[in-house]
Design a protein around this ligand. Sequence first.
Ligand SMILES: C[S@@+](CC[C@H](N)C(=O)[O-])C[C@H]1O[C@@H](n2cnc3c(N)ncnc32)[C@H](O)[C@@H]1O
Length: 185
Amino acid sequence: MLDDVNGKTILDIGCGTGRYAVKLAAAGAKVTAIDFCDSMISVAKQKKYAMKIDFICCSIENIPLQEKFDIVLCNLLLNHIENLNGPLFEISRLVKSNGYVIISDLRTDFYINKSRCFRMFGKYATDSYRHTQKDYNDAFRKNKMMLSEHHDLVFTRNMVKKYRRYFYLVGSTIGYVFKLVKMNR
Ligand SMILES: C[S@@+](CC[C@H](N)C(=O)[O-])C[C@H]1O[C@@H](n2cnc3c(N)ncnc32)[C@H](O)[C@@H]1O
């Protein structure tokens, strides 16, 4: 879904340990990567090409940036936020009018209940929330973004190697990936 990123400005929101940010920086993009978890950012900063990235520790709900980006990414973060409107307002505010946004989210109904926490790097824990396609469509419209592509995230046999206990999900749709453009109005 990403076109050639060389020379493009990219905002990676909820960059985690930087798995996308470093690849994009290596491919010649000018990357700004944000996450509210400083221990995630510390891990990302150890990686090759991290020196080319501007990291900011902040929440998606209040991003201290004014410039707009060619591409805004937000992968696997929004399932940790109950109300989509605040984050989507920020995403829409920060993408250029001729740019695009890529969002992925897990269908939390497949593995989770509301109390399950994200604890990978200790200090922070957030609940998870389920968003339906309608929740997304309403929030996209409200924040002046239009869906240009939609793909299902399917749990593959390859993924079982990493997430063994979810073997029973092979072939199931576990999430969504959306590509969005700004509406011109
Ligand atoms: C599942 S990880 C995904 C990391 C990365 N995007 C990836 O796909 O590898 C979710 C990340 O979102 C961050 N996060 C969760 N809620 C956030 C918030 N309100 N503001 C900023 N970052 C947040 C977490 O700290 C975590 O690093």
